[in-house]
Write a protein that binds this ligand. Structure first.
Ligand code: OAD
Length: 247
């Protein structure tokens, strides 16, 4: 039996399928990844733009960088990879989607109940009183909005370096990893913890581990099956074959 048939059989027998996504899943929508050549962290310094110290030291610069990313994301749309993942939720008896992405493209593709490990770029909150901020974000000259309750600085609801992941999101993700039958790691370099631990938890608990990535990663050596192609191609093709297989 070839390896792809094994995948189809394991999917057909699966009660619970889980998917972890990273920036690569949004690459075909035109959003830059972080660690690929030409990626965001090749051009920008994460300590300056993605940490609380960086934000406090240079608030306008950090805010304007996030506003620029929001604008870019608003001008993109979900790609066939996001759509195939949304379809997986309809097809498998139980399905968990865990993402490191902050771009909300999974939601726009129709996925519900997305576990956002690193928050999202759409919501904002006050650094002082932690109230959510729902006012205008697009102020003239990319000016930083102030908290309507306490006047504090407003920041994006993303997880920065040195910050804890949202506790419930991480617990739910770990629970899914340790109970699923098939775990996909799609479009992630698997270099950032604790997200990078999830595929290993899944594998140790007996799940079939599938990596979807055109390039090798630190995780590749542990993957049972590697779909070495862009997720916008690999995932829709896999779902088409799967739907034929179970007919
Ligand atoms: P990375 O930039 O580290 O990795 C992106 C991965 O996507 C690489 O392994 C690429 O080979 C792969 N890739 C590129 N194009 C692809 C495609 N079309 N289809 C499938 N895979 C493709 O991004 P992440 O792993 O998401 O954290 O990075 C993890 C975290 O690091 C991010 O959430 C962010 C960053 O710092 C925070 O902002 C907290």
């Amino acid at each position: 039996m070839n390896i792809f048939d094994t995948l189809l059989e394991r999917l057909a027998a699966a009660e619970h399928v889980a998917v972890l996504t990273g920036a690569g899943v949004s690459a075909e929508s035109g959003i830059k990844t972080f660690r690929d050549p030409g990626g965001l962290w090749a051009k920008y310094n994460p300590a300056e733009l993605a940490s609380m110290d960086g934000f406090m030291a240079n608030t306008e610069l950090v805010w304007s960088w996030y506003m620029h990313r929001v604008e870019t994301i608003n001008n993109t749309k979900p790609n066939p990879g996001h759509k195939a993942i949304a379809e997986m939720a309809e097809i498998f008896p139980k399905f968990t989607l865990i993402t490191q992405n902050v771009d909300r493209l999974h939601h726009r593709a129709g996925s519900e109940d997305v576990i956002e490990l690193h928050g999202n770029i759409v919501e904002n909150y006050c650094v002082d009183c932690k109230s959510p901020y729902e006012g205008e974000t697009n102020l003239p000259d990319k000016q930083l909005p102030q908290c309507e309750a306490c006047g504090g600085k407003i920041r994006p609801n993303v997880v920065w370096f040195g910050e804890m992941l949202p506790v419930k999101a991480l617990q739910d993700a770990e629970e899914a990893a340790s109970t699923c039958d098939v775990f996909f790691s799609a479009g992630t370099s698997a270099e950032v913890y604790p997200a990078a631990n999830l595929p290993i938890i899944a594998k140790q608990a007996g799940a079939l581990l599938v990596e979807v990535n055109p390039n090798a990663t630190v995780l590749s050596q542990y993957a049972d099956i590697k779909l070495k192609a862009p997720s916008g191609k690999a995932l829709p093709e896999m779902m088409d074959k799967y739907k034929n297989f179970i007919k």
